[in-house]
Design a protein around this ligand. Structure first.
Ligand SMILES: [Zn+2]
Length: 416
C-alpha cells in the first residue's frame, strides 16, 4: 500500500458542512491501493497495516484533491483575438456575433480543421492543465454543430479519455447556436439536435447534453424539449443560463432536474430558491466574467440559499481563452467574494458533482479514486491568494504520479 506522508496540511474537501467546510487535517497522510484511497488521517495515527509499502513524501506541503474543471469547450479550431479587441473597443457579444464573429467564426474553423489536428491541440491543452493540477475535465462539443463535425469532436474526446491520464467527461452541446445553414429554419435544427442526442447516447459518445439558453441562441421551450430528449436517451442535463440576461433558464434547470446550471450572472432570487430545492449545482465561470467585464454571479446569495457553487474555467476561444483553473479560484475569491476554502470546494467536490462524478472523485476519503495534488503553499488561503504561473508540485491520478515540477521528488530517500 503506497502512503503519502509528511503532508503539512491535507484538505479533504469532503462533506458534510457545505461550501466552506473543507475538513482539513494537519500533519496528514493518505494510503491507497490499486488507485483507490483506503485511509486518510493524521500521520501519527496511520495503522500499521497500511505502513508496509512505498513511502511518498509531500515535503510538508499542502495536499488537496485533484482539481475538477467542470465546464470547458476544449475542442475548437482557431482563436478569436479579433473579438477580444472588438470588445475592448466597445462592441457587445451580440454585435460581434451579428457581423460574423463570435461562435460562428469558430464553427467555420472547427469544421475545416482535420481531426488529427484537433486531437493534438486538445492533448496539448490537457497536458498544460495536468501541470496545473487539473485531473478531471468536462469537455463540450458545440463548435461543429452539423452532425458530422459534432461526431468528430466527440470521437476526439473519446480518444483522449482512453489515452488519459485525465478523466474526461464528454458533453454534447449541439444547441450552442443555430448554424447559418439553418437560418430561418430553427425548428429543423432543434429536431436535428434531438436526433443526434439519441445517436450519441447510443454510441456512448456523450454523458451530458447542454443547451445555451439566451437571446440569439435557444429558447426555454426549445431547451425543455432537448432536456426531455436527453432524459429519454439516459443522459444528464447541463444548461448555460442567465449569462447575458435573466431568461428563465435557471428555473428550467431546476424544473428538469439538471445536474448543473452554468453562468448565472443574472440569476433571479426566485430561481436561486428553485435551484436549491432541486439540488442543482451552480457552476460559476469567473474567467468569463473577467474577460467580459460583466458583474459576477451572486455567489453569496447562492451559497446562503444552500446551492453548491462550483468554480470552472469555461475555457473557450471567445469569452474565456484560458484553462487556468487556479486563476479561476483567485477570481472566484476577488470577484465572487468566495473564501479560498469555498472556492477550492467549488473546484473539487462540487465540480465533481456538477459532472456526476462526486461518488468517484472530488474529495480525499476512503473509497474514492486517489486523485490529488501537492501544492507549494502552507494552506488553501495562501494558495488562492498567492497567484502564480503554477503552485503545483505533483499531480497524481488513480494513485499514479502523472506530472511533477522540476526538482520535486516525492519518493526521495523513501524506503521501499
Ligand atoms: Zn460555456
Amino acid at each position: 500500500v503506497p502512503v503519502l506522508r509528511n503532508i503539512g496540511r491535507l484538505v479533504t474537501c469532503r462533506e458534510p458542512g457545505g461550501q466552506g467546510a473543507v475538513h482539513a487535517i494537519e500533519e496528514g497522510a493518505i494510503a491507497w491501493r490499486e488507485g483507490r484511497i483506503v485511509w486518510v488521517g493524521k500521520q501519527k495515527q496511520l495503522p500499521a497495516r497500511h505502513d508496509d509499502g512505498q513511502r511518498w513524501d509531500a515535503q510538508g506541503q499542502l495536499v488537496v484533491p485533484g482539481l475538477v474543471d467542470a465546464h470547458t469547450h476544449l475542442c475548437f479550431g482557431g482563436w478569436r483575438a479579433d473579438d477580444f479587441v472588438a470588445r475592448i473597443q466597445g462592441q457587445t457579444y451580440q454585435q460581434i456575433a451579428r457581423r460574423g464573429g463570435g461562435i460562428h467564426s469558430t464553427v467555420r474553423k472547427t469544421r475545416t480543421a482535420d481531426t488529427e489536428a484537433l486531437y493534438a491541440r486538445c492533448r496539448l491543452f490537457l497536458r498544460q492543465m495536468l501541470a496545473l493540477g487539473v485531473t478531471t475535465v468536462e469537455a463540450k462539443s458545440g463548435y461543429g454543430l452539423d452532425a458530422q463535425t459534432e461526431a468528430r469532436v466527440l470521437a476526439v474526446y473519446a480518444a483522449l479519455a482512453t489515452r488519459g491520464p485525465q478523466r474526461l467527461v464528454p458533453t454534447y452541446l449541439g444547441a450552442h447556436v443555430v448554424p447559418h445553414e439553418y437560418k430561418g429554419r430553427r425548428a429543423s435544427y432543434v429536431a436535428l439536435v434531438e436526433q443526434a442526442i439519441a445517436l450519441f447516447a447510443d454510441e456512448g459518445l456523450a454523458r451530458f447534453v447542454d443547451v445555451f439558453i439566451e437571446d440569439g441562441a435557444f429558447t426555454v421551450t426549445e431547451a425543455r424539449r432537448l432536456a426531455a430528449a436527453a432524459r429519454m436517451a439516459g443522459l444528464g442535463v447541463k444548461l448555460h443560463v442567465d449569462q447575458l440576461s435573466a431568461g428563465g433558464g435557471a428555473e428550467l434547470a431546476a424544473e428538469v432536474g439538471a445536474v448543473s446550471a452554468d453562468h448565472l450572472e443574472h440569476v433571479s432570487k426566485r430561481a436561486i430558491a428553485r435551484l436549491a430545492k432541486a439540488g442543482t449545482v451552480a457552476v460559476s465561470l469567473p474567467i468569463a466574467t473577467m474577460y467580459l467585464g460583466t458583474p459576477p454571479l451572486p455567489a453569496r446569495a447562492l451559497i446562503q440559499a444552500g446551492v453548491p457553487v462550483a468554480v470552472a474555467t469555461d475555457f473557450n476561444p471567445g469569452t474565456a481563452p484560458s484553462f487556468h483553473l487556479p486563476l479561476a479560484l483567485t477570481l472566484a475569491a476577488t470577484l465572487q467574494k468566495m473564501t479560498p476554502a469555498e472556492a477550492l470546494k467549488g473546484a473539487t467536490l462540487y465540480g465533481a458533482r456538477a459532472v456526476g462524478l462526486d461518488g468517484e472523485v472530488g474529495s480525499l476519503e476512503a473509497g474514492k479514486a486517489a486523485d490529488f495534488v501537492v501544492l507549494d503553499a502552507p494552506d488553501e488561503d495562501h494558495f488562492v491568494y498567492h497567484f502564480r504561473p503554477s503552485a503545483n508540485l505533483l499531480t497524481v491520478i488513480g494513485g499514479v504520479a502523472r506530472w511533477r515540477a522540476g526538482g520535486f521528488q516525492e519518493n526521495a530517500g523513501a524506503a521501499q
